[in-house]
Write a protein that binds this ligand. Structure first.
Ligand code: BJW
Length: 243
């Protein structure tokens, strides 16, 4: 591997699994006998908004009850320490809609977490396009704090909708020396294609996952095991200059 300066990390549900948040595609990925793909769509929301509100109310409550684990803390340490030690950058892109990376990172100058699929603790007003931190229920259509319209929905990217901040993410992938994918099945696009974009632009690619993902053959290197074990070891290696 060439000298590494710029790193892009993509995380998925496997990173939060050991904090107690179930993944999407393990154990059938069902909720009250509905496939996630049948609840997390604009069509499902139009057809049965109460079902979709109930699904997200339950999951929002769960997020408030769990804590970041050793993998979230190790990645936050890399985000804080890597730029000062190397002059390079770490972009952390998560598909997760929990706030566990954010809580592990805390307030760190210049570092942030990109939530490409949205956030449970945010509500989006489809009337005024405003976003508000939200921890309560949405099921009774409360008024938007900015415009008063009863038009709030979960600030989640559903199937068929455009994930957030794609221009920034693709620009970082083009500049990356190392792309690392952690705890994601590689089943959902465009995130599943990031490994090929990064590799095409010359980055080394590494998968850290419990088991080989759907896209494992696209990676130069893979390490398998629970994220709370593999991620701290990898971060320690990077910060000791063995990356
Ligand atoms: C551990 C572990 C431990 C467990 N340690 N690891 C046909 C072909 C190709 C694409 C499409 C197609 N038809 C439609 C599409 C596009 C569609 C798509 O990809 N569909 C697929 C189902 C095929 N994608 C979209 O619609 C996206 N938008 C889009 O494409 O816009 C157009 C566009 C074009 C060009 C450029 C850009 C955009 C939007 C996708 C939105 C996804 N939203 C969700 C819902 C969130 C809501 C919610 O929370 O309710 O996001 S779906 C769900 O899947 C969630 C996740 O972020 C996402 C990914 O799941 P993830 O994180 O990988 O979880 P799992 O469960 O799948 O995997 C967990 C992994 O962890 C496993 O491998 C475990 O082994 C591992 N693991 N324990 C380490 N302890």
């Amino acid at each position: 591997m060439e000298q590494v300066r710029n790193i892009v990390i993509l995380t998925g549900a496997g990173v939060s699994a050991e904090s107690g948040i179930g993944t999407f595609r393990d154990a059938g990925g069902l909720w009250e006998n509905h496939r996630v793909e049948d609840v997390a769509t604009p069509e499902a929301f139009a057809r049965d908004p109460d079902l979709v509100f109930r699904f997200y109310d339950t999951r929002r409550e769960q997020v408030l009850q769990v804590e970041p684990n050793a993998a979230h803390h190790a990645l936050a340490r890399l985000q804080r320490e890597w730029p000062a030690r190397t002059g390079g950058s770490v972009m952390l892109v998560t598909q997760n809609v929990d706030d566990l990376h954010d809580r592990a990172l805390g307030a760190a100058d210049g570092a942030e977490v990109i939530h490409m699929h949205g956030e449970h603790l945010s509500a989006w007003c489809t009337a005024c396009d405003g976003r508000t931190r939200w921890t309560a229920s949405l099921i009774d259509s409360p008024p938007c704090p900015s415009c008063g319209a009863p038009a709030l929905r979960p600030d989640i990217v559903w199937f068929g909708e455009m994930p957030y901040r794609m221009d920034e993410i693709f620009a970082a992938l083009e500049d990356a020396d190392l792309f690392v994918s952690i705890g994601t099945s590689g089943a959902v696009y465009p995130a599943a294609g990031f490994v090929r974009t990064a590799a095409d632009m010359g980055a080394h690619t590494l998968e850290l996952n419990l088991e080989p993902s759907q896209g494992t053959d696209w990676f130069d290197e893979a390490r398998h095991g629970p994220a709370t074990q593999t991620v701290p070891v990898w971060v320690e290696e990077m910060l000791k200059g063995k990356g």
